[in-house]
Each structure stands twice: as C-alpha cells, then as structure tokens.
Design a protein around this ligand. Sequence first.
Ligand SMILES: Cc1cc2nc3c(=O)[nH]c(=O)nc-3n(C[C@H](O)[C@H](O)[C@H](O)COP(=O)(O)O)c2cc1C
Length: 134
Amino acid sequence: MVALNEDMKAIFGKTKIFAVATASKDGVPNVVPMAWVRLADDETVWIMDNFMVKSLANLKENPRIAMYFWDQDTKRCFQIKGSAEIQTSGEAFETFRSQVKAKSEAYPAKSLVVMKITDVFECTPGKEAGRKVL
Ligand SMILES: Cc1cc2nc3c(=O)[nH]c(=O)nc-3n(C[C@H](O)[C@H](O)[C@H](O)COP(=O)(O)O)c2cc1C
C-alpha cells in the first residue's frame, strides 16, 4: 500500500465527482461517475455503493479498481490504482452509511467499497504524464 501526500490529498478533497474504473475477470472495462467517495486515511478510499451494478459484479470477481482526480484550478491530476474489498457490516460501513443516510434517506447505501491504494501515477498533461509517483 502507498500513502497519498499532502498535494494529492488537497486535490482529492476538492474533487466532487470521481471516474471509478473496474473490470470483469475477463478484462471487460467499466467506468462510472461516483460522488460518495472519501479518503478514510492516507492509504484508503471509501466508496458508497448506492446504485452499483456492473461495478459491484466486477469487484466481486476482480478486486482491482482505479480512479483519477483532477483540480480545475491548478490542472494537476493523479490516477490511483488499488484493490477493493466489499463490506456490508462493521464500523467503517456503519460510519459512512450514516453520513450518506444523513444527506438523504433515499440513498440505499447498500455496501461499502474499501479501496486500498497500491499505486499513484501522474495524469497532469506534460512531460511527467503517466509517470508512477508512488
Ligand atoms: C454525478 C453522479 C454521481 C454518482 N455517485 C454515485 C455514488 O457515489 N455511488 C453509487 O453507487 N452510484 C453513484 N452514481 C450512479 C452510478 O454512477 C450509476 O448507477 C451507474 O449506472 C452504475 O453503473 P455500473 O452498473 O457500471 O456499476 C452516480 C451517478 C452520477 C451521474
């Protein structure tokens, strides 16, 4: 696992919508917008499953997951990759579920996707683009 640095965390915190990518075990890619995405600690991202269908099915058969976050002001962009675990009980699930439910009871908050970050890449356009930074 790797830990995001302060620059990365600042951009993550400003991001409203994340593009979350998964793949089936046969390698069929899938990418979706996700808003309920939080940095639980420097190495861990929480994503609330409200309406996931293919994403959830993919993660059950292939835990690899990726996303990027981009800052419109500075144009900095980072891509993170990791491994996900699906939780439907426990302290983390209940904590995030209550935050989501507090916003609206209409959110089903079915399960918590816990992403452990394993790799960070630059995706800022330019000569550093694509470079593995962590
Ligand atoms: C802006 C936006 C934010 C969304 N945020 C979430 C989210 O945080 N959690 C979730 O489960 N679905 C969220 N959705 C809905 C999923 O993206 C949508 O249900 C998608 O079809 C799931 O696709 P899948 O079958 O590939 O998993 C969001 C949709 C939009 C447009």
